[in-house]
Design a protein around this ligand. Structure first.
Ligand SMILES: Cc1cc2nc3c(=O)[nH]c(=O)nc-3n(C[C@H](O)[C@H](O)[C@H](O)COP(=O)(O)OP(=O)(O)OC[C@H]3O[C@@H](n4cnc5c(N)ncnc54)[C@H](O)[C@@H]3O)c2cc1C
Ligand code: FES
Length: 279
């Protein structure tokens, strides 16, 4: 007997059941959650992609995948407590169930970065979608030339993935800054763009990828252009309020592009003129 439509076509809005298997506090308002799909199926993603996370009884939120490229059935997300859904997530403990749709969107252009210098620029929680890219680059370090990470946070306490910086610093150049210093902080104080004064870049041979607050990406892009970066060597990951996550509802549209489906990672040459509207 042939299957009915409801049996043979999975409704893309129905999330897969998943379990929170580990929670690690990163900062006072941000934690990393390791998530495992409950039916044991494989979870494959590209660094830079995102999922729609359901906290049952509260709703869904788009969240970037922040790590786990070597694990077949689990991955990590790093979430800042903001409103209804994310606060409800923070009330869950290890062993509790959540729902997952995705992964969605286009990730970072790894193929374009190979055999080039890579400049990674993160602001605040924007380091989360860059982390799987960093993990991938470090696993295949010889495929990339010079790798530089610039990271800015509000205060030293707001720095994400603190335990990972010592290893990252051994394998790539790392420059960090905070908006507001405190006793014991001996690195830079100031907005992310001040870090450009600390090293020299070669724009034609460097791919710059960035994720952070829209205002940061606006000023970083302006600075990259002043330094002589061609548009096609600049990539940004955009954020937008979302619903479906897969190009159906139109909620995330800016100037005819859908951030969920066409992005969230875009070449600046594609969204030039739209970046201001994303701020
Ligand atoms: C592609 C993508 C990837 C993301 N990745 C992460 C991530 O890795 N970690 C993380 O913590 N957050 C991430 N976010 C943001 C996250 O989706 C929102 O913080 C979350 O939806 C807030 O839901 P809430 O119900 O807790 O808060 P709400 O009650 O919906 O909102 C709380 C506050 O946050 C603002 N807000 C909510 N969503 C957005 C948004 N998309 N852009 C700007 N402001 C918003 C609201 O206007 C309100 O002021 C991502 C968003 C997108 C679109
Ligand atoms: S969120 Fe529905 S089209 Fe992008």
């Amino acid at each position: 007997m042939s299957k009915s439509v409801s049996e043979s076509v999975k409704n893309p809005y129905i999330p897969n059941l998943a379990e929170i298997i580990k929670i690690k506090s990163e900062t006072p308002d941000t934690s990393t959650f390791r998530i495992k799909i409950s039916n044991g199926s494989e979870f494959k993603f590209q660094p830079g992609q995102f999922i729609e996370l359901t906290v049952f009884g509260y709703g869904e939120a788009p969240i970037s995948i922040s790590g786990g490229t070597t694990s077949k059935d689990s991955f990590e997300i790093t979430v800042r407590k903001m409103g209804e859904v994310t606060s409800a997530l923070f009330r869950l403990q290890e062993g509790k169930k959540v729902g997952i749709r995705g992964p969605f969107g286009h990730g970072w252009p790894l193929d374009v970065m190979k055999r080039k210098n890579v400049l990674l620029i993160g602001g605040g929680i924007g380091l989360a979608p860059l982390r799987p890219l960093i993990q991938e680059i470090l696993r295949n370090r010889k495929d990339f030339e010079r790798v530089i990470l610039m990271y800015g946070a509000r205060t030293p306490k707001d720095i994400l993935f603190k335990d990972e910086f010592p290893l990252w610093s051994k394998k790539m150049e790392v420059y960090r800054t905070v908006d507001k210093g405190e006793p014991g902080w001996d690195e830079t104080v100031g907005v992310v763009t001040v870090l450009f004064d600390e090293f020299e870049v070669y724009p034609e041979e460097t791919i710059a990828v960035q994720c952070g607050p829209p205002i940061m990406m606006y000023f970083v892009t302006k600075k990259l252009k002043e330094l002589g970066f061609p548009d096609e060597n600049i990539y940004v990951s955009l954020e937008r309020r979302m619903e479906c996550g897969m190009g159906i509802c139109g909620r995330c549209s800016i100037g005819g592009i859908y951030v969920c489906k066409d992005g969230p990672v875009f070449s600046y040459s594609t969204i030039k003129g739209l970046l201001e509207r994303a701020i």
